[in-house]
Design a protein. Structure first.
Length: 250
């Protein structure tokens, strides 16, 4: 995953509009509380989250698994594994993780560390791709590989169900956990652009059980040809699980 994000660092501007829209929708949830926030941790924001928070007058420290992606940040940043955060307890009163936690191996453990990095009554805002995201691509790749080889390996990451989000927050010790859904509807005139943008975002396949063999030459062309069209474009839905939880406080 680190290698994928390192490789994506010089390409990520290509998907900035999508990342910004997802981040704006998540951060807009700050408008639902009267509490003010002074110091935030941006987890894996890919150069998009921190500027939005700074425009709200919030001091931001960013971290990313990838040193090259962390180096893109204009402000303070550190290359750090989400499962081994290098921050002292109570360092922040806000944590924002926009589309950055879905590749974490131990998500409950990472959420516990994020809670510990928060001060009492600090807020976590996180978005994670939810079940339903990239369904058409997953189906097309599976069917195409089965047609070419007689079998198929995982090529799209598994995603959480929305109902699991609040339970994960509660398990990690957050209070008032809330999980609600949002979605971004995209459309591609160029079929190959979808795969190129996934690569630019650092979202290429890192599933442990993926095939290590070179994919058949015809696989991706056949899969993209199988994807449904609407008005000459390929519709793609990014379904988001929006997670909100508070660090316990008296």
């Amino acid at each position: 995953m680190r290698r994928h994000r390192d490789r994506a660092a010089p390409l990520v501007e290509r998907v900035r509009p999508v990342l910004e829209e997802a981040a704006e929708r998540l951060i807009d949830r700050l408008d639902d509380t009267t509490k003010t926030f002074a110091r935030a941790l941006d987890v894996g924001g890919r150069g998009v989250v921190a500027p939005i928070l700074r425009r709200r007058g919030i001091e931001v420290v960013s971290c990313d698994l990838s040193p090259r992606m962390a180096a893109r940040e204009a402000g303070p940043s550190v290359a750090a594994d989400e499962e081994f955060l290098p921050f002292a307890p109570g360092s922040f009163d806000l944590v924002v993780a926009s589309l950055s936690l879905h590749w974490v191996n131990d998500l409950p453990g990472a959420l516990i560390q994020l809670r510990m990095a928060l001060r009492p009554d600090g807020l976590l805002l996180a978005s994670v791709p939810a079940l339903g995201t990239l369904d058409a691509l997953r189906t097309a790749l599976t069917e195409a590989e089965a047609a070419l080889t007689g079998g198929a390996s995982p090529r799209v990451s598994p995603f959480m169900e929305l109902r699991d989000g609040a339970a994960l927050l509660q398990r990690a010790g957050f209070t008032l956990p809330v999980a609600d859904s949002d979605s971004l509807d995209l459309a591609y005139g160029d079929r190959l652009a979808l795969l190129q943008e996934l690569r630019a975002a650092g979202e290429t396949n890192a599933v442990l059980l993926r095939s290590r063999q070179t994919a058949p030459r015809a696989l991706f062309a056949l899969a993209l040809a199988r994807m449904p069209e609407r008005d000459g474009r390929i519709p793609v839905t990014l379904r988001l699980a929006m997670l909100t939880g508070w660090a316990p406080a008296a």
